[in-house]
Design a protein around this ligand. Structure first.
Ligand SMILES: Cc1ncc(COP(=O)(O)O)c(C=O)c1O
Length: 428
């Protein structure tokens, strides 16, 4: 923790800098307009850029991003160092260890993408699949739809296994489709955040191995909140995002490939469609390819990596199992409170509910947008509606990482109760 006096000094310094910047700007503007020589600029300085940055405090109780601890924010505010400095490599090495712990894997090919969860999603598909190869995607919410679209765009033969939003797939159903389509890759969202479902994973890895297919799992909304064991559950490629239960700012996305996945990805006939996401380069950048030198590939998000390292350190200190337990206990507390308010939970089976993102069936007669707008206006609190196929079906409440407490559950319940009381019920 920074002592208060140095924080105050920092704030004073920034305020002084700001005044100096404003004064410089006004001098420049006056000079530019009164100067006899015409300015070469046809776009004037935008007035908004001469105002200080303003960011309100919001209770981020939706599906993400979530509020981040001061410790993680402070880590992100450390001075920038070069992305190829030895100290940065050490921090990146720490991140790899932290991700291995969070994923429960010993995979060498573990790193963090410079980008959001979608970057990791595209990285997995682009590196594993070659144009014309067959891919099977399970769709029970929006994330399978996204992966199917990504695979289709890069020229894969996409097969889908579809359930209505919130449905889940039995291992028999999955095996039937894999044996029929012989895909090189099968995708499943472990935490389907658009519907609030934690999909069972046991046994699917064995099915994939039987048919020589790789098992790709999305844990953006579930990592750290719902049990997942990459190696034991035979997941070949696993990715997540930084901004949910992991609790760092958005913009970095851990990913890991096991030996089977590396065999396929590094023995392909064609180059992956993306240079930026090519694992041949990224594995060198992250020091995973055994070569003595780590070369420039792109400039990684230095501050984002500091914050990610801190969030992984917090998870390590807390313990993964404790984090799962905490998310489950707070979720159960929230579920009971929601039912006490007369609300219905969208996922009926408790064992299939995602502890990080709870979905509430939109209460009869209410306009969900009005409820959300009311809570934002009167409680500075974000909850969200559905996404993709669940739009108009659910309201989503997420209590993740730093936000995961019964205190915040009570705050969320109070805001919802207030919104239900004050928003008009429309006739059906
Ligand atoms: C399950 C899941 N997968 C993928 C994503 C995409 O992540 P991002 O928005 O960081 O690109 C999200 C984001 O909400 C998600 O919940």
């Amino acid at each position: 923790m920074l002592p208060l006096s140095s924080l105050c000094r920092g704030v004073r310094f920034m305020a002084q800098q700001h005044v100096v910047a404003l004064e410089c700007c006004s001098v420049l503007c006056t000079r530019a307009s009164s100067s006899s020589c015409p300015s070469s600029l046809h776009v004037p300085p935008p007035a908004c850029m001469l105002r200080p940055l303003e960011v309100p405090y919001r209770y981020l109780f939706g599906p993400g991003p979530s509020n981040v601890s001061p410790r993680v924010l402070a880590a992100g505010g450390r001075p920038i160092i070069g992305h190829l400095h030895p100290e940065m490599y050490e921090i990146m090495n720490d991140i790899k260890e932290g991700v291995r712990y969070a994923f429960q894997t010993t995979n060498l090919m573990t790193l963090a993408m410079s980008g959001s969860g979608h970057t990791a999603m595209e990285c997995a598909v682009f590196n594993i699949v070659e144009p014309g190869e067959s891919v099977l995607v399970s769709i029970n919410g929006v994330w399978g739809e996204r992966v199917a679209e990504i695979a289709d765009r890069m020229g894969a033969k996409v097969h889908t296994l579809v359930k209505s939003p919130g449905g889940y797939f039995t291992n028999e159903e999955i095996e039937k489709e894999i044996s029929k389509h012989k895909p090189v890759l099968f995708f499943l969202a472990h935490g389907e955040s658009s519907v609030g479902l934690a999909h069972p994973v046991d046994g699917i890895g064995d099915i994939c191995r039987k048919y020589n297919c790789l098992f790709l799992v999305d844990s953006v909304a579930s990592l750290g909140a719902s049990p997942l064991l990459m190696d034991k559950q035979k997941i070949d490629i696993l990715y997540t995002g930084s901004q949910k239960a992991l609790n760092a700012p958005p913009g970095t996305a851990p990913i890991s490939f096991n030996e089977r996945a590396c065999q396929k990805m590094f023995n392909r006939k064609t180059k992956p469609v993306s240079y930026l996401l090519d694992m041949t380069h990224l594995s060198n950048y992250w020091g995973n390819d055994g070569k003595p030198a780590r070369m420039y590939h792109h400039t990684g998000p230095v501050s984002g990596f500091f914050a990610l390292r801190e969030s992984l350190a917090i998870l390590t200190e807390k313990g993964l199992e404790n984090s799962w337990r905490q998310h489950r206990e707070v979720a159960e507390y929230l579920w009971k409170g929601l039912e006490d308010l007369g609300l219905k939970l969208f996922i009926k089976d408790k064992d299939l509910r995602l502890p990080s993102v709870t979905t509430i069936t939109i209460p009869g007669g209410y306009n969900w947008k009005e409820l959300l707008t009311y809570m934002m206006k009167h409680h500075q609190m974000e909850m969200m509606g559905g996404l993709g196929p669940s739009i108009g079906m659910v309201i989503r409440v997420g209590l993740m990482g730093y936000n995961c407490s019964t205190y915040n559950a009570d705050k969320a319940l109070a805001a919802l109760a207030d919104a239900l009381k004050h928003c008009k019920k429309h006739k059906a």
